[in-house]
Design a protein around this ligand. Structure first.
Ligand SMILES: *Cc1c(COP(=O)(O)O)cnc(C)c1O
Length: 382
């Protein structure tokens, strides 16, 4: 057995990031400054969009997206129940009501047919989540949005590299929101990016992300001379720091090499687990690029003598960190109490919730780490 615990989602940080952070510290400019600006520019180019706004989390990007589309009290926003809490919480923060939708069992992505069933006159937007890095069925979702005049805010927290029919995730809807949290495909510690081709949204996000102060207020202490700012909105404290961007500007250029490494690990896992009582991830759909963010096994619990949670314990005993993405939101107490949900409401999401386990899938993993993960899974399930 391994000596050291293999931390789930531990990122690969290289010397360039270390040097760049030190450079920020020594320069004295550690808050929002030139490195944040540089990170926005290279991310904007990577995505081929007009505007990219760096904030301190994807949650902040999603929240400001809700405000940018002018969500009003009582407005409904459709979100998958199979997602991270932030996807739904931001709707509530903006005064709206999240309306949950079931997922498809094989792709684990939001079910377009269920979206249609949940649309009411109050529906304002849809937040598709490209789950684990697999693109949602955007053709169908865009058609639905067009038909009902709905906004689309893409939750791209798993989907930095995702593509669908030749287009990049985050560019389908009105705004795309990305995360650089420690477990994500590239990291800044905490951090997020909102992208859009709409100048009005870009300006709102920029202003609301920094106290509601007029554009470029961060430059007020620069060598261009002191400039007065005007407060135009009771904004938020969501700006990214240069210390964070120092990581991002070196992580982003490695996005493809990290992706290739995760693809290799993904293929190795698929091969190793194909005869076990598990469902391995569905094949990648034609004309799409999977971001390989989460490698999720669905345990075939009907054929196993242990539960999913016992499996998690057994992995931990073997010093392998694991994750659960996710227990469907409608099974959590807050949403049950406020939205009146119960078990049974979303059968596919529950089916996934009861079986899913995420295995380590970081570019940091050595071949020996990957072997340890495989050996642990095989020893528990055979
Ligand atoms: C991580 C994650 C978020 C939140 O990202 P932060 O940068 O941590 O705020 C939102 N949605 C999904 C699906 C996520 O996995």
């Amino acid at each position: 057995m391994r000596n050291e615990f293999l931390v789930f989602g531990s990122p690969l940080i290289e010397q360039e990031e270390v040097d760049e952070v030190v450079d920020s510290l020594k320069s004295g400019w550690i808050g929002t400054g030139p490195k944040v600006h540089q990170f926005e520019e290279i991310f904007r180019d990577y995505k081929g969009v007009k505007y990219a706004m760096a904030l301190n989390s994807c949650t902040a990007c999603l929240h400001l997206s809700m405000l940018s589309i002018n969500l009003q009290p009582g407005d409904e926003v459709i979100v998958p129940t199979m997602t991270f809490a932030a996807t739904a919480n931001v709707v509530i923060h903006a005064g709206g009501k999240p309306v949950f939708v079931d997922s498809l069992r094989d792709s684990m992505n939001i079910d377009p047919a269920d979206i249609e069933r949940k649309i009411t006159p109050k529906t304002k937007a849809i937040i598709p989540v490209h789950f684990a890095g697999r693109a949602c069925d955007m053709d169908t979702i865009l058609d639905i949005a067009k038909k009902h005049d709905l906004k689309i805010i893409e939750d791209c927290a798993h989907a930095i590299e995702t593509e669908y029919h030749g287009e990049k995730a985050g560019t389908f809807g009105d705004i795309g929101c990305f995360s650089f949290y420690v477990t994500k495909n590239i990291v800044t510690g905490e951090g997020g990016m909102a992208i859009t081709n709409n100048q009005e949204y870009a300006d709102k996000i920029k202003v609301m992300g920094l106290h509601g102060m007029s554009k470029d207020a961060w430059k007020r202490f620069s060598d261009e001379g002191y400039k007065h700012y005007q407060v135009v909105y009771p904004g938020f404290k969501y700006n990214m720091m240069d210390i964070q961007a120092a990581l991002g500007i070196h992580q982003l250029p490695r996005v493809d090499s990290y992706w290739l490494r995760r693809q290799e690990i993904w293929d190795t896992y698929n091969e190793a687990f194909k005869d076990l009582p598990v469902f391995t991830p569905a094949p990648v759909a034609p004309d799409t690029k999977h971001a390989y963010h989460l490698y999720t096994l669905l345990l075939n619990i009907d054929r196993l003598s242990i539960t999913r949670d016992q499996f998690l314990d057994e992995m931990t005993k073997r010093k392998i960190g694991v994750g659960v993405h996710y227990i469907a939101l409608h099974l959590h107490p807050y949403y049950q109490q406020t939205l009146g949900h119960k078990r049974g409401d979303f059968p596919n999401a529950e089916w996934i919730s009861d079986r899913t386990v995420s295995l380590p899938l970081s570019a940091k993993l050595t071949n020996a780490d990957v072997d340890d993960v495989i050996e642990a899974v095989q020893s528990i399930l055979t």
